[in-house]
Design a protein around this ligand. Sequence first.
Ligand SMILES: C[S@@+](CC[C@H](N)C(=O)[O-])C[C@H]1O[C@@H](n2cnc3c(N)ncnc32)[C@H](O)[C@@H]1O
Length: 265
Amino acid sequence: MTGDRIDTTVVHAARRYDYWLGGRDNFAVDRESGDQIAALYPWTPMWARENRAFLGRAVEYLAGEAGIRQFLDVGTGLPTANNVHEVAQRVAPESRVLYVDNDPLVMAHARALLGGSAPGRTQFLESDFLRPDDILSAASRGSVLDLGEPVALMLVALVHLIPDAQDPLAAARTLLDALPSGSYLVMSHGTADFMTADALADVPEFQRLATFQMRTDAEIRPFFEGTELVDPGLVCITDWRSPLPEADRPDPSHVGCYGAVGRKE
Ligand SMILES: C[S@@+](CC[C@H](N)C(=O)[O-])C[C@H]1O[C@@H](n2cnc3c(N)ncnc32)[C@H](O)[C@@H]1O
């Protein structure tokens, strides 16, 4: 342990993801778990980088073309390159971001995460996605967000960490239902839909090692009910508004992750 609330003996998704991204905010237990998963699916660190790139393109689109100025980023992760507020405020400096994560280490790094943002534009809340009413009441009580105006709800690489038994769809619906029309939902989510038969055989072991639930196209679409999907729809993250020609993008069977942006009607 490195303090009362930071357990270095248990794997944390945020720290393992930080390891795959080449960060330094991780411990031996996280690196071991990251290596075990990468021994099974060696392209996992590439997925993490592609997921960050998807997140960046989605925020650029929202702050640019879509004119969104408020972001509720649930499952923020540890500070890395191109955090949501950095991308959004590069496009529109007045953009405001409320970050939410339930990992105390993310909280401990919040100051670093918020660095560079003008006061009153970016905030951090330690809270749980599975307690959406707590998030909404904190967001509506003197946060940087005005829930009367459109907000982009970001659930990026979060929902696949939550099994059906904990009903992530209900939590996502509660958050989205509280936001006005013209708000957006951004999600990325691991899937086996693009996998080859060989790779499919290892899915149960991957899910066990990563405490992860892959979902299909049909299981992810209900999260977007009541929204209109922005072009190109629900696709492999590397195909979502990629600047690269198709031939230069990574193989979807290795990326294994859907991404989409939907506009609430
Ligand atoms: C893989 S990271 C994704 C970080 C970032 N959204 C991205 O895509 O680059 C997942 C994050 O979700 C957080 N998380 C997991 N379960 C959560 C929950 N129930 N409530 C809030 N955050 C959660 C983890 O602590 C971690 O920081």
